[in-house]
Every structure is written in structure tokens, then in C-alpha cells.
Write a protein of this length. Structure first.
Lengths: 155, 207
């Protein structure tokens, strides 16, 4: 599968697919690709570079996104269950309408990313850069913003 | 078709480069600020800016035109040439232009400003400030807001829901996502319907 190889994934459109137990190689690049409506279970995206790609209306279960570089990506309408985005650089990305349960964005830079209309339960935004991060109309339950500049977010 | 987004911290505006696979002439939408990153993006992809499309005349979206004209001297298109201090070609509502090998459909979407245009290129819509990711543009008053809502409803929300949305501010989206999660649209539509009903009731009482 293309995801497991070192090869750059570019202009790939593979919607409504299922991915399970995959570890992406370090610094894997996914550029201008569309994975909408897919299911990802136990997929490790850590250290990957995601640019201008679409992961909308996906299900991410127990996935790792540690230290990713994510720019101009769309995750809208997706569900994140026990996922880990810690230490990532996630700017200008769209998380509107997501459901996030027991997921961590700790120590991430979320500059200009958007979480409007999202349902965030037991999700951690600790030690994050939340400048211009959009949380309008989000339903937050047990969400922690400790050590983050929450006052600079769009509320 | 390749689309390269570029975000500028000056004016917080998104600019877009639209070009072919092999470099050559390209289109730039809303050159808000021309910085080194944008120039290196153009150079590394062997693009030359032949055409600039302006969504509206607000400073954050046109401030980079001075620098851009010094480097490339592009042909510029916008809805109201009188609003600019450089040569601009007028684009009419529903006009289809053939630029840099792409078919560009201009859609007039007033509300945020009277000269607001959205550009439809293939399956991508460049909405300027009219429809931003998760929100709609700021307006001067209720009348403008009503106009903006109705134009978004009639002109943009009727497009295929898989069309990609590239706004002037905010993150990239899709028409489907805006239909489902844009709270400004969902809430204001309800308020606007109530206002419209109230107006009809008042008209009936007056009659």
C-alpha cells in the first residue's frame, strides 16, 4: 500500500477506504490528496507531513499523529476516538463539526485552525498555541486548556 | 490543475496560485501580500503570474498588487475597475473567461461589498470574503447581511456539494461542510426567515 512506502503520496484520491494497523514511515508526505469518508484504525501518522489534503467525514480510531506537520488540511465531520496529535504543528486546518473523544492536541501549534461546531469530550489542548484558533459553537465537555493561550482563540 | 494556497500574516489573507502541471502562465487570486515565500513558491514551480483575479477591492486582498506588478505585470480582472488605481478589466456576473488554459466562471456575490465576486474554476470555488470556512463575511448592516445570505444560498449553496471552497480568510473547506457546519449560515437563515415572516405580517396589517 502506498501509505506504508517511503514514496510521497501526491494527488491521490481514495475515498471510502479502510486502513488498519499501519505505521507510516517517518516524514511521510501526503500532499493534495483526498481520503474523505475513510476509516483509519490504529494508524500511526507520526512525523508525517500533511499538506492540502482532505480527511473529511472519516473515522480515526486509536490513531497517532504525534509531531506531524499539517497545513491547509480538512478533517471536518470526522470522528477522533482516543487519538494523539501531541507536539504537532497544525495550522490553517479545518476541524469543523468533528467529534473528538479522549483525544490529545497537547503541546501543539494550532494557529488559525478551526474547530467550530465540534463536539469535544475529554480532549486536551494543554500547552498549545491557540492564537486565532476557532472554537465558536463548539460543545466542550471535560476539555482542558491548561498552559495554553485560550484567551487568544476565537470563542 | 494545481492550486497552491498561501497565507499571509499581513492582513491574514489567503492568496491562491492556480497553474498547470508543467509550470508556465498561472492565475493568482487576491495577492494580499507578496512575500519571499510566495515568490519562491512561484519560482520553484516555474510559474509566471499572467492573470490576477480580485474577489473584491478591500486592502487586505489587493495590497500586494504594487509588488506583483513590478515583477510580472499581470492582466487584472475585478468587478469594479473604478475602485483600483491600476488598470483592471471589468468582469460581469456569470461571465466565463478563458485564462491560462482554465475556464473561469465569475459569480457576483454582493453583501460583504458590492463588488464581491467568487470565481469557479473546475471544481474549486474561490469565494473571497463572502463565504469563509465556517463563517460568513462581516456586513455593514442587516440589509447587506440579508443580501449576502440570499446570494450565498442562491449562487454558492446550489453548487455541487463536493466542490472545494478556497476562502479569502480561514481554512479550506467544501460546499458540503459549509452546508452542514457553517453556524453563521444555519443561525442567520433562521433569523432571516423570521424577519421575512414578520415583514409580511406587517405588510398584511398595513394593507
Amino acid at each position: 500500500m502506498k501509505l506504508e512506502s517511503q514514496e510521497v503520496v501526491k494527488d491521490l484520491c481514495i475515498t471510502d477506504a479502510e486502513f488498519e494497523d499501519i505505521v507510516l514511515p517517518g516524514k511521510k508526505e501526503i500532499i493534495a490528496s483526498n481520503f474523505a469518508w475513510s476509516t483509519f484504525r490504529h494508524v500511526d501518522f507520526s512525523h508525517a507531513e500533511l499538506i492540502s489534503s482532505f480527511f473529511d467525514f472519516c473515522l480515526f480510531e486509536d490513531c497517532r499523529f504525534k509531531d506531524i506537520d499539517c497545513r491547509y488540511c480538512v478533517f471536518s465531520g470526522s470522528e477522533f476516538l482516543t487519538c494523539d496529535f501531541s507536539g504537532s504543528f497544525i495550522v490553517h486546518s479545518n476541524f469543523s463539526g468533528i467529534t473528538s473523544i479522549m483525544t490529545s492536541f497537547a503541546s501543539s501549534d494550532l494557529y488559525f485552525s478551526a474547530f467550530p461546531t465540534s463536539y469535544l469530550k475529554e480532549t486536551s489542548f494543554e500547552d498549545c498555541n491557540l492564537k486565532k484558533t476557532d472554537f465558536r459553537f463548539s460543545d466542550q465537555r471535560g476539555v482542558s486548556f491548561r498552559y495554553s493561550n485560550y484567551q487568544e482563540a476565537r470563542l | 490543475m494545481k492550486i497552491f494556497p498561501h497565507f499571509s500574516v499581513v492582513g491574514f489573507c489567503n492568496s491562491y496560485i492556480i497553474g498547470g502541471e508543467e509550470g508556465g502562465g498561472c492565475i493568482m487570486i487576491d495577492p494580499g501580500h507578496i512575500d519571499e515565500e510566495l515568490i519562491s513558491l512561484l519560482v520553484s514551480n516555474h510559474y509566471v503570474v499572467q492573470t490576477v483575479l480580485l474577489t473584491h477591492s478591500h486592502e487586505a486582498h489587493v495590497a500586494g498588487m504594487g509588488t506583483l506588478r513590478k515583477i510580472y505585470d499581470p492582466v487584472v480582472y475585478a468587478a469594479n475597475p473604478a475602485r483600483y488605481d491600476f488598470p483592471v478589466n471589468r468582469v460581469e456576473d456569470d461571465e466565463v473567461l478563458s485564462l491560462c488554459g482554465f475556464s473561469v466562471h465569475a459569480i457576483h456575490v454582493p453583501g460583504h461589498s458590492l463588488d464581491s465576486l467568487a470565481y469557479l474554476i473546475d471544481h474549486a470555488i474561490f469565494s473571497g470574503d463572502t463565504l469563509e470556512g465556517g463563517r460568513i463575511a462581516a456586513t455593514n448592516g442587516f440589509m447587506e447581511q440579508e443580501l449576502l445570505l440570499s446570494t450565498i444560498e442562491k449562487r454558492l449553496m446550489t453548487l455541487d456539494e463536493n466542490f472545494l471552497l478556497f476562502p479569502g480568510h480561514g481554512s479550506i473547506s467544501k460546499i458540503r461542510i459549509e452546508r452542514m457546519f457553517n453556524q453563521d449560515l444555519l443561525k442567520l437563515r433562521t433569523i432571516e426567515r423570521a424577519r421575512s415572516l414578520l415583514r409580511k405580517e406587517e405588510d398584511a396589517t398595513d394593507a
